[in-house]
Write a protein that binds this ligand. Structure first.
Ligand code: BGC
Length: 937
């Protein structure tokens, strides 16, 4: 029998049909088609790769390979030169001999410009520029050219130092936002490739682009403008193939024209100013008008006026050609930022602005990251001001103090179009729930169409969700997801609103496991790992933020810089991406070896060493009164060092480097011994005596087994002494509930999860939060707002508890020995007052589901095990329960094997498929599930 595999399930390097690939051995993946049958397993596959859709396998024929491997299969065919499209087709055979083949011609990857001399384009831009404080007019660039006929194929290879938006014949090219993305521009810039065949016409054509300042020369964090360069530049190469096979190449060079247009100023942190009266007539259509725009320059009636040019815009002039900066032009490894849904305001309230002008505050009901689309009808010269905030203060005004120096203000000056005007900024984003508009003509009342919020983030496919019977926990999960969306914007950031928005390593490593549950971040973190390697100092140190803003190559410190090890290992575990480990093993190793140079008597960052000790347990509320908490920093350092060494040893084993694996494991044991010597007493007390001290010692397995109960008792004591409250910061929080669960304190873990008084996860939820707050006490009834110097309402680190919801409450757990969920565990641990929970997660093999419901006499559990995987299921059932799958006793149903019951737990092996288990027992005769049973799950 034969059937067809849907192309949507085929990926190349975690992307669907990528263009601009440089990888000589891309990794191919397909998902087996799921049907009602259980136990579907792949027994063999064959991949054919061709230069023509459906053509002969002239690039590679893997032959029939007997293997279950259906993810991360590497191309091993002919080397591919630049600009080659490789069509790939897979056939797999399942355990019944059924062959399934993917659609011919539907799946491909295409190589980019692999060699530097493939590029003949030059870097171009405008002769004007801003200064250290302010940006200048965005350069509008264009080039006209004639084509004798509509081409058969055309690719635009394009990038910028700064940001760009390209247009062909007036059509926006692609739907990507903030391209080319953020990398260390001193070393590399990514380029994008667009198939623009359909946008070209016979006759006159115009290729155009507008440049933004972005990370290149706009503000990055509080460190000011021009981190990398002075003014933005464009590099574009349009390669057009005609019917006769002739190639015409249009490149950016000195023949392009440049002009000032309507974007008066733009900055990711400060906002964008647009004067519609300065729109360039006809730009960027196929036959642009040479006349300039209307010549009045905006005067923004505001002390922060951004229209500084008193002169009218110049005529189009020749673009300025910049010398080649000599940096690497790199492939784009991840999906771009894109606009997702739009949100309309839930309410619009009249306000008076700080300057006592009339304004209106739009409440979008959700703290989000993006910008707004403005619709307005007003006389020419009317300037509207848009400001943004995450919260309102006690008087109902925007709370913007926490934005620090990020002005986060957009201006729009109307051209007076009687039909109305619509505007969305191109080169800025804000973190906000509230937007305030002021400057509308007298008596004009805005409505919900006036401002519509547009959600922006890296385009990461959704890959999971968690819901349960408790609405507050569901809101917590919602907040975690929105925190992820807002902060996975080009790089994993700490926050999206204030003058920071950086790739903070500590935050990234704390949240990555949760992030993976919700979204497919494989490509995103592959790209970021390249950024990590780029930022590594000559000593091997990894800086605290990536891309590094100071490029010092300085040590980011414990739990921050360790992202270098933790993130790739987590990606490997969840996606089975061995290539990532292979590619970065040397830099990861250099990093871990560097830590050895910061270690004395086995103690990392021992106080006798002269080095900076790191950020500690950032924002812990452990009574120390310090922003970096009371957990000794050398303890945190040593714990993470041991952890790094073990992960490195595991990576070495995966890569077949057994000698190194042994060496790093042995080193880990020495560090563990040093940890015990210095930080742990015989009575099981750990230095610092903070929750995080105990959590790290237990979670990283740093104490002898006989001491574990004592450490646990001390941890529990501390939690209880605070009225059943946590006190952990960024470092301890991700592991806290996992440790309690593993140490037989599941009920306490649930109590902490359900705690509504601060510090707790649900406190913010009960206060109406729609994202995760940076601080447990970002706002409290007792104290109001925390210190505005550090008070983001969209920081995902504490959202790391999401991992516990999936792994413990719903009970989906990977098997480290079979990464990527080839085999996994399903072991829900119901608790507290939850009567149901459901998690689903799109693993590389397909969707996993764990969906349970309890009542006093039943436990119902629906699970899905994707094809080509298997799972070990464990669930709590009283000894006298009857357990069925559908209507069949569970021990005689298809796909279920090795059923065993022990201590109130039923364990069995599941082949792929959907199962509906139902355990029932007579209400009054039920043998209660022993508490221990839940512990051993
Ligand atoms: C960031 C944090 C970060 C920290 C380092 C802050 O400013 O917002 O999330 O990890 O600095 O301690």
């Amino acid at each position: 029998m034969n059937s067809t595999l849907l192309p949507a399930l085929l990926l190349c390097n975690s992307l669907a049909n990528p263009l601009g690939v440089h990888d000589p051995a891309p990794r191919l993946a397909w998902q087996l088609v799921a049907d009602d049958r259980r136990g579907i397993v792949q027994t063999a596959y064959q991949i054919k790769v061709s230069t023509r859709p459906g053509g002969p396998a002239d690039l590679w024929d893997s032959g029939r390979v007997s293997s279950e491997q259906s993810v991360q299969v590497r191309y091993a065919g002919k080397p591919l030169p630049s600009r080659t499209r490789a069509y790939w087709q897979v056939t797999y055979w399942d355990d019944q001999g059924t062959a399934v083949t993917s659609q011919p011609g539907a799946s491909f990857w295409e190589t980019g410009l692999l060699r530097r001399d493939d590029w003949s384009a030059q870097w171009i831009g405008a002769p004007w520029h801003g200064d250290q404080r302010r940006g200048a007019h965005a350069p509008y660039l264009r080039k006209r050219f004639e084509l004798p006929a509509k081409p058969v194929s055309a690719r635009l290879y394009i990038t910028a130092l700064g940001l760009y938006q390209a247009y062909l014949n007036g059509h926006q090219v692609g739907s990507d936002v903030f391209t080319p993305g953020w990398t260390d521009y001193i070393k590399r810039v990514q380029y994008q490739v667009y198939d623009v065949t359909e946008l070209l016409v016979s006759g006159q054509n115009t290729l155009a682009g507008v440049l933004g300042d972005g990370w290149y020369c706009g503000h990055v964090s509080a460190e000011g403008r021009e981190r990398y360069g002075r003014q933005p530049r464009l590099l574009a190469q349009l390669e057009i193939t005609g019917r006769d096979g002739q190639r015409v190449t249009i490149v950016s060079d000195g023949t392009w024209q440049v002009a000032r247009g309507a974007i008066v100023e733009n900055d990711l942190l400060m906002g964008e100013s647009y004067d519609a009266r300065q729109e360039l007539a006809g730009w960027p259509g196929a036959a642009p008008d040479d006349r300039t725009a209307a010549v009045t320059t905006s005067r923004i009636p505001d002390s922060e006026s951004t229209a500084r040019d008193a002169t009218p815009p110049d005529l189009w002039e020749s673009a300025m050609v910049f010398p080649d900066p000599g940096i690497e032009l790199s492939p784009t490894l991840a999906r771009p930022v894109r606009a997702h849904e739009t949100l309309t305001a839930k309410s619009i309230v009249k306000t008076s602005t700080d300057e006592r002008r009339e304004g209106f505050i739009f409440d979008f009901g959700q703290n989000l990251v993006g910008n707004v689309t403005l619709r307005v009808k007003a006389p020419a010269g009317t300037t509207l001001r848009l400001r943004f905030a995450e919260m309102l203060d006690a008087s109902g005004k925007l709370y913007t103090e926490n934005l620090r120096t990020a002005r986060a203000t957009d201006y729009y000056t109307c051209k007076g179009d009687p039909a109305g005007e619509v505007w969305t900024p191109l080169f800025t984003f804000h973190g906000f729930r509230y937007a305030e508009i002021s400057g509308l003509p007298d008596k004009a009342t805005p409505d919900t169409a006036t401002l519509v919020a547009r959600v922006l983030h890296t385009d990461l496919p959704e890959s999971g969700d968690f819901t349960c019977s408790d609405p507050l926990i569901n809101q917590l999960q919602h907040n975690i997801q929105w925190g992820e969306r807002g902060n996975y914007l080009e790089v994993p950031t700490d926050c999206p609103q204030r003058d920071e928005r950086l790739g903070w390593t500590g935050d990234a490593q704390a949240f990555i496991r949760t992030g993976i549950w919700n979204r497919d971040v494989a490509a995103f973190f592959t790209k970021w790992q390249r950024d990590l390697a780029d930022a590594q100092g000559s000593t091997g140190a990894t800086p605290p933020v990536i891309p590094s803003t100071d490029r010092s190559g300085n040590d980011g410190g414990p739990a921050w810089a360790d992202a270098m090890v933790i993130c790739p290992w987590t990606v490997y575990q969840c996606y089975a991406d061995r290539a990532l480990l292979e590619q970065h093993f040397d830099s990861i190793r250099r990093y871990v070896d560097f830590i050895a140079t910061r270690t004395l008597t086995g103690i990392r960052l021992h106080p006798d060493l002269p080095h900076w000790q790191g950020f500690g347990d950032w924002l812990a509320l452990d009574g120390s009164g310090k922003v970096d908490g009371g957990t000794p920093k050398d303890l945190i350092g040593t714990a993470f060092y041991a952890h790094d060494l073990r992960l490195l040893a595991a990576m070495a084993s995966v890569l077949g480097q057994d000698e190194l694996a042994r060496r790093y494991s042995a080193q880990a044991e020495q560090i563990k011994a040093a940890f015990v010597r210095r930080f742990v007493t015989q009575d099981g007390l750990v230095a610092g005596n903070t929750q995080t001290s105990y959590v790290l010692a237990l979670h990283f397995d740093l104490v002898p087994p006989e001491l574990r109960p004592k450490l646990t008792a001390a941890l529990v004591r501390d939690i209880r002494s605070r009225g059943t409250k946590l006190s952990t910061g960024f470092v301890g929080t991700p592991y806290l509930l996992h440790v309690l669960t593993a140490e037989g304190q599941l009920d306490l873990a649930y109590e902490l999860l359900m705690q509504k008084e601060w510090p707790s996860w649900l406190y913010a939820v009960t206060q109406g939060a729609t994202t995760i707050w940076e601080r447990w006490d970002g706002w409290t009834k007792e104290k109001g707002f925390q210190d505005p110097g550090m008070n983001s309402f969209n920081h995902y680190a504490y959202g790391a508890v999401g991992d516990w919801l999936y792994r413990v409450v719903a009970g989906v757990e990977l098997d480290p020995a079979k990464p990527g969920y080839k085999h996994f565990f399903l072991q829900p641990r119901p608790g507290s007052r939850l009567t149901s929970a459901r998690a689903h997660h799109r693993s590389p093999y397909g969707e996993i589901v764990s969906d349970w419901k309890t009542s006093p006499e039943t436990f119902e559990w629906e699970v899905v095990v994707p094809p080509n995987t298997s799972a070990t299921a464990r669930f709590p059932v009283p000894a006298n329960a009857t357990v069925v799958d559908g209507n069949t006793p569970a021990d005689s149903t298809m796909g279920v094997t090795q059923v065993r019951r022990e201590g109130g737990v039923l364990t069995c092996e599941l082949a792929s498929g959907r199962y509906r288990f139902r355990a029932t027992w007579p209400k009054d005769e039920a043998t209660p599930v022993p508490a221990d049973a839940r512990k051993t799950l």
